[in-house]
Design a protein. Structure first.
Length: 270
């Protein structure tokens, strides 16, 4: 789904009023198949920017009008990597996390790896053209979930994606949506369903030229390799970062991970 940045210019408005307007936007977005991801407020310039994932630019004015009546002055389509580079984040921090004193722009990220199960063998069964078509559908499901839940695609890994989230709760919900969306893709002429496995952890990655490195990235990749078909695995660090995600987790105990000196406590999304 396209990503848009809109701009409002309103003299005399304060931070509390903008926060309330954002809450009102959130309350109507689902009616239009859209999601208000976050906002920025520059009080000195009387300017507010809203980041919105929506089917079309026209819907954004419609949603603002219904929510509180303040229609944006401008709406432009943007790329999420550009937004992250210039604005520093692409997601809200959950309200209860803010109340607990968690800063808005932390160095901690939740790293996600996805892997389309059995894609190599699928290419030999279906042929390159049909297999690539399914891979494109997989990519669309993953990227829609990233845009919807504030994730950034770091890189494509061939038959999967590496992504980064500011908020662990949104990463877990996005993982569930990706899993469900991939399962729903029909494989023509074959009694078969696509499946994805996902690994995630949280920590402070190293960043260079838009790519992420470090032990947090390595662990997320290893957890993805460890996951079975349709499974979402989280490290204990990712679990501890969760604040609001309404998902049921099941511990699978301490697991020895290649490249890590100590076992890692791992759980799965039920």
């Amino acid at each position: 789904m396209p990503l848009y940045l809109d701009r409002h210019y309103i003299e005399g408005v304060g931070e509390k009023a903008i926060a309330l307007a954002h809450e009102q936007d959130l309350s109507v977005a689902s009616e239009y198949g859209a999601k208000f991801l976050t906002y920025w407020f520059d009080e000195g310039r009387h300017t507010t920017f809203c980041l919105v994932s929506a089917p079309s630019a026209d819907l954004i004015s419609t949603m603002h009008s219904k929510a509180h009546g303040d229609i944006p002055n401008d709406v432009v389509e943007v790329d999420q990597s550009d937004v992250l580079s210039f604005m520093g984040r692409i997601a809200d921090i959950p309200a209860n996390a803010q109340n607990q004193g968690v800063p808005v722009d932390r160095a901690i990220r939740t790293i996600m790896f996805t892997d389309l199960v059995g894609y190599t063998s699928m290419m030999s069964r279906l042929g390159d053209d049909r297999a690539f078509k399914l891979l494109r559908e997989h990519n669309s499901v993953v990227r829609d979930a990233l845009a919807k839940f504030g994730g950034r695609e770091v890189k494509h890994t061939g038959d999967g994606v590496m992504a980064s989230f500011d908020v662990a709760d949104q990463a877990v919900v996005a993982a569930v949506e990706i899993r469900n969306g991939i399962t729903a893709i029909a494989v023509p002429d074959i009694d078969e369903r696509l499946s994805v496995r996902i690994g995630m952890t949280s920590g402070e990655p190293l960043e260079e030229h838009g790519d992420l490195f470090g032990s947090v990235v390595n662990l997320a990749s290893r957890l993805c390799d460890l996951a079975e078909s349709g499974e979402i695995l989280l490290s204990d660090r990712c679990r501890d970062e969760l604040r609001t995600a309404e998902v049921e987790l099941e511990s699978i105990g301490d697991v020895t991970i290649r490249g890590f000196s100590s076992p890692v406590a791992v759980c799965r999304v039920v």
